[in-house]
Design a protein around this ligand. Structure first.
Ligand SMILES: [Zn+2]
Length: 691
């Protein structure tokens, strides 16, 4: 259903759903199973000066010759690996389904997948899977019942700091995570929601492209209502859109939502009735399964106040139409073809520019991963992640952590007391490699063969109940926020923990058969990126225990903030389109992690040499190979609507500018000889060194 977005991850997981992850893309459509993954020499465009455009120097010929597959909004290193991983996952799921002795989990994933795949049955059912819910919405007779219906949509579908998924179509989103003031206990974070489009900007920005998307969205609302046989679909669509626009006006901006200092607002249960009148909060929280929760953290309190007031002021019938539309939107992937096609037309084609719907089996794999991720992941690591690779990856992490500690020691501007705190935080990092130490138990999740929508709904409720059950329990720092088969990596800032899923520890990011320097330029920079998130502009606000607490001397923090400001200005100057630039503030955490992570990876690789000279290859020195490996990891082609969407909602900069952060490292100038006057050249004093 609602997909997780990526937050402190290396990259955005997918459009409409990403957070603090590292966000990456893949190299070749089908990486050969046994060939070592070296530098892609054919991709390099030697007509481009590295100092003018390093991304195009490293990837120019690949950019000229690669076409984005019709069913994707973007393509690159990460996307190719996602495709390969999906194919392998399908084989594992089908194999499990065919194995009668596989046990309850194998049956669960087999039935889940098969139910999604059974299009003939779904077609025959028509609207039957949503009939009961449509009738419940139609029967809403007053504001208390409306509050109950809105509360019943709440799911554990957002994540502020880890996966950075800040968007939910439901009226509010729940995130259960470590309390930022009392890190030994879990808190219930409530996030703004209720918008069918990715961000408030889509409703309020006066630019022509955004106005065109608004017109398409309104047509999409009407089309979906019409498919469901709702009378007067156009008029209702107009009112639903107007309501969403009013909700959008109460929303915080993306950049404000990413600011933990603005988000950490504690409300007692009793304060909702006083500070946010309108909704019947008792009915709302009871329906959300949160009636015994007495304290909440409101990430965007003005949006909660705003939507609650709208629950009272907007006509009840408009709210019922709104709920009807959102039910249909949520259910569309599991309904007959006409609904699937309409859902794709807006959410895939209009919002991302993707020409063609992905094949059904790919959607089925994604959906099964979403519902039963750790069960599937267990099969994945058993087949594709031998313990030797886990050991090797863990050794790399240790090297990167050691190099980061040395970098802290060497900082000239930082006071000894701040250094001591930073190193204590580094020493307390909890690093997970490949897969979690203990696996999630799905015994309580009922999967019914032939009930695709019901299975998805039960899976999202199962996830909600797991989250709610954590409230009041001690914090479990071993818990993961990504599945093992995910091609991504993540920092959990409040937990002071890192997850490097097995899906990310595959070629071309990580390959035991090739020269070590290439691994350090790729997965090494990813590992360094995630370590650095503990020390980026947001991560630096948490201490070793995950408490939101200032452990800096004022002078040190001022220096750190000044460096961040210069990096934000560097990214503000990048213009993917004439009318829009990268938002340097929105992407600051990720940009700090990129530059610090790359610096850390270079140091860690040098440490592995033990003072010996490193051999180059194919006419490149070892240091050139390091930077080429990094820039080729970030190669990506992306459709214009998808890129525009990411510029609005993603905390990560586009891959091109991530590759170009090499310009902040002195070693890159030594390796490629960038000169004054070239586009990427920065005088030594202008290079941003954060850590
Ligand atoms: Zn990141």
């Amino acid at each position: 259903m609602n997909r997780p977005v990526s937050c402190a991850a290396i990259h955005a997981a997918m459009l409409l759903a990403a957070a603090t992850t590292l966000g990456l893309a893949a190299a070749s459509a089908a990486p050969a199973a046994l060939a070592a993954h070296g530098i892609d020499l054919a991709a390099i465009d030697r007509t481009v000066a590295p100092g003018n455009d390093f991304f195009r120097y490293a990837n120019g010929n690949w950019l000229k010759t690669t076409e984005i597959p019709a069913d994707r909004s973007s393509y690159g290193t990460g996307a190719a690996l996602v495709e390969l991983t999906s194919k392998r996952t399908r084989e594992l799921i089908e194999g499990a389904a065919a194995n009668a002795a596989g046990g309850a989990d194998a049956r669960r994933i087999g039935d889940y997948f098969a139910s999604f795949m059974d299009e003939a049955h779904i077609e025959a059912l028509g609207l039957k899977p949503v009939d009961a819910e449509l009738a419940r919405i139609a029967a809403i007779g007053d504001r208390v019942e409306l509050s109950r219906a809105l509360g019943a949509t709440v799911r554990a579908d957002v994540d502020v700091l880890n996966a950075t998924n800040l968007h939910t179509r439901n009226i509010l989103g729940l995130w259960v995570a470590q309390d930022l003031d009392e890190p030994q206990s879990y808190a219930a974070f409530l996030l703004q929601g209720g918008l069918g489009m990715p961000d408030r900007d889509y409703y309020l920005n006066p630019s022509a492209p955004m106005a065109a998307i608004r017109a398409s969205y309104q047509a999409h609302i009407a089309a979906l209502l019409k498919l469901a046989g709702v009378a007067e679909p156009q008029a209702r669509a107009g009112r639903i859109f107007a309501l969403e626009q009013r909700i959008a006006a109460t929303h915080a901006s993306r950049a404000d939502s990413e600011d933990v200092k603005k988000g950490n607002n504690h409300w007692e249960r009793g304060e909702f009735d006083v500070k946010a009148p309108g909704l019947d909060w008792q009915a709302f929280f009871a329906a959300a399964g949160l009636s015994s929760q007495t304290r909440f953290v409101l990430w965007e309190p003005a949006a909660v106040t705003g939507v609650s007031a709208l629950a009272a002021s907007e006509p009840l019938d408009t709210w019922k139409d709104y709920l009807t539309f959102h039910l249909l939107e949520r259910a569309s992937p599991y309904l007959p073809k006409a609904f699937v096609a309409e859902n794709f037309e807006f959410n895939g084609h209009v919002l991302s520019g993707t020409p063609q719907l992905r094949e059904r089996w790919k959607r089925a794999v994604d959906d099964t991963n979403q519902a039963l991720g750790e069960t599937v992941g267990r099969l994945y690591v058993a087949r594709y992640f031998p313990s030797s690779e886990k050991d090797r990856a863990e050794q790399m992490v240790r090297n990167l952590v050691a190099a980061f500690a040395t970098r802290i020691d060497r900082l000239e501007w930082m006071a000894p007391e701040t250094k001591r705190q930073a190193k204590a935080k580094l020493a307390a990092l909890k690093v997970g490699v490949g897969y979690p130490d203990k696996w999630r138990d799905y015994a309580a999740l009922e999967v019914v063969r032939g009930d695709a929508l019901g299975n998805a709904e039960r899976a999202s409720l199962f996830a909600l109940k797991l989250a709610v059950a954590r409230l009041g329990q001690p914090v479990d720092r071993s818990e993961w926020c990504m599945t093992p088969q995910t091609v991504n990596a993540v920092n959990l800032p409040a937990m002071n923990a890192l997850n490097f899923p097995a899906g990310m520890l595959q070629p071309p990011y990580f390959d035991p058969r090739r020269a070590t320097v290439l691994d350090y330029g790729a997965i090494g920079a990813v590992i360094g990126h995630e370590i650095s998130h503990s020390f980026d502009d947001q991560g630096a606000l948490f201490d070793a225990a995950g408490r939101l607490h200032n452990w800096w001397t004022p002078e040190d923090f001022a220096h750190f903030e000044a460096a961040g400001k210069r990096l934000a200005e560097q990214y503000d100057a990048y213009h993917p389109f004439p009318d829009v630039h990268v938002n340097g503030r929105q992407t600051l955490s990720e940009n700090i992690a990129d530059v610090a992570g790359l610096s850390d990876a270079l140091d860690a690789w040098r440490l592995t040499l033990g003072g010996k000279a490193a051999a180059g290859a194919s006419g490149y020195s070892a240091e050139q190979l390091f930077f080429l490996s990094f820039a080729q990891m970030w190669r990506q082609k992306i459709r214009e609507p998808a890129l525009r969407q990411r510029l609005v909602v993603d905390g990560h900069s586009p891959g091109e500018y991530r590759a170009d952060t090499v310009r902040n490292l002195d070693a890159w100038y030594g390796a490629f000889g960038a000169k004054p006057g070239e586009q990427l050249y920065l005088a030594p004093a202008e290079r941003v060194r954060v850590w």
